[in-house]
Design a protein around this ligand. Structure first.
Ligand code: UD1
Length: 424
């Protein structure tokens, strides 16, 4: 088990290259099985969720190797259509493989997926989307079995712009007979990238990034080479870390237009931005001003940055209000932030954050991936040493958060348990 140790507040200054996008790469890995040719994805982060998806694909007979950010996937030997429970329980996004395997093999089965414990995370929209394309789906205890000779294009109406359900629908429709229209589709940049990826495989998808996506089903797709985009959530986290460190930090390898709402929000907190085509520089002089933040589907403020912004606002110069509208259980980090001297009250679906002039270092646990990142942000603003445990959550999505923040001068390091035991 590893912990993160932060030595306390330091003014941050430097340049951080941003890793490839987790939520962009995972559905692309699932899409690679739509063909039996080799696909190469570049700019892939070495994170636990990618390793977990590789584990699932290997179990299914697909060979995959990740070297220096280049992921090679050879799905020619795919011979299983059941997703292995051991991995599926670890990672919710594995559910998108169901649409892909159903499209390619006409059947697939899985147990209910896991992931972060950030609220109810049902898969009813996913299953409804697959049914709209003619799949027969049986839910049996905690297992889902899906069958279809060949899927038939159709109209899918999503009651909510679910990211995963939109991806599942896209992957299933890519090899279906005829045309599919997804109405009420999620508009996240990762969906747009997935549409481009399917097109690079020879698919015909239009409308990615809008609420209406049209897919012309193809008989066959081919392999491709594709560069994953920078991770906008990691970038957003580091913008907040830079603000906590009251410094000036340049983030390279991101598309600033994907961070519009985040940048607008952080400007209201007093940050100043300098934006180019592929980089964002943030500078911050004093304590952040208090904010009202409400999360929402893209182009709204991302739910994945709700905890990090809470971490930042713990040292704001007044009272902030945060309303989570996507995952109702995503306030668990509030209690951990209090261990660093923060004051956060959660009531009626809203968090009230009373900014403190000083946070003090302490020992707190990552409750989930982004909650862990929030503790890092708060720890960078605190006086004294902060220890963060249960960092395996953080490693699911950040390739090396300590390495990255050290590039801007943060006093932050990994403390691996084995090293600690040796010291004793
Ligand atoms: C994806 C992202 C996650 C992000 C989230 C919202 C990946 C790997 N994960 O998760 O980081 O926080 O989008 O931006 O890309 N819902 C249902 N039924 C369903 C599906 C979803 O009720 O069948 C609800 C969920 O409970 C939640 C909301 O819809 O309240 C949004 O979920 P969704 O957009 O599907 O999130 P994920 O795809 O799981």
């Amino acid at each position: 088990m590893s912990e993160i140790h932060i030595g306390g507040f330091r003014r941050l200054q430097g340049r951080i290259p941003v890793q490839g996008s987790k939520n962009g790469v995972l559905p692309m890995m699932a899409a690679s099985i739509l063909s039996d040719e080799t696909t190469v994805i570049t700019n892939v982060p070495a994170i636990q969720d990618v390793f977990c998806m590789m584990g699932i694909l290997k179990f299914m007979g697909c060979s995959c190797t990740l070297k220096d950010g280049e992921l090679t996937l050879c799905p020619a030997g795919l011979d299983r259509t059941d997703l292995p429970e051991e991995y599926v329980r670890q990672m919710r996004s594995s559910i998108v493989l169901l649409g892909a395997v159903l499209g390619r093999c006409g059947r697939g089965s899985t147990c209910y997926p896991g992931g972060c414990s950030i609220g109810k995370r049902p898969i009813d929209f996913h299953l409804q989307a697959l049914r709209s394309l003619g799949a027969e789906i049986r839910e049996d205890g905690c297992c889902v079995q899906a069958r279809a000779g060949r899927l038939a294009g159709g109209t899918i109406r999503l009651p909510y712009p679910s990211v995963g359900a939109t991806e599942n629908a896209l992957l299933a429709a890519a090899l279906a007979d005829g045309d599919t229209v997804i109405l009420g589709a999620a508009r996240e940049p990762e969906i747009e990238e997935l549409c481009r990826f399917i097109n690079a495989m020879g698919g015909e998808v239009s409308g990615g990034g809008t609420g209406r996506i049209r897919i012309r089903g193809k008989k066959k797709l081919h392999g491709c080479r594709f560069q994953a985009p920078g991770d906008r959530i990691v970038a957003g986290t580091y913008l907040m870390a830079a603000m906590a460190g009251r410094g000036e930090v340049e983030l390279a390898g991101v598309r600033p237009e994907h961070l519009k709402e985040v940048i607008r929000t952080l400007e209201r907190a007093g940050a100043v931005f300098d934006i180019s085509e592929t980089a964002v520089t943030v500078s911050m002089a004093g304590r952040p001003l208090p904010l009202q933040v409400e999360t929402g589907p893209y182009p709204g403020f991302p739910t994945d940055l709700q905890s990090p912004v809470m971490g930042l606002l713990c040292c704001a110069s007044g009272v902030s209000r945060i309303r989570e509208t996507v995952f109702e259980g995503r306030y668990e980090t509030a209690a951990e932030l209090e261990k660093l001297g923060a004051s956060v009250t959660v009531r009626e679906g809203e968090a009230l954050v009373r900014g403190r002039p000083v946070l003090r270092g302490g020992r707190a646990g990552a409750r989930d991936l982004r909650g862990g990142a929030a503790l890092v942000v708060a720890g960078l603003a605190a006086e004294g040493e902060t220890e963060i445990y249960d960092c395996f959550h953080i490693e699911r999505g950040y390739e090396d958060i300590c390495r990255d923040l050290r590039l801007a001068g943060a006093d932050i390091r990994w403390q691996r348990q084995e090293a600690k035991e040796k010291e004793n």
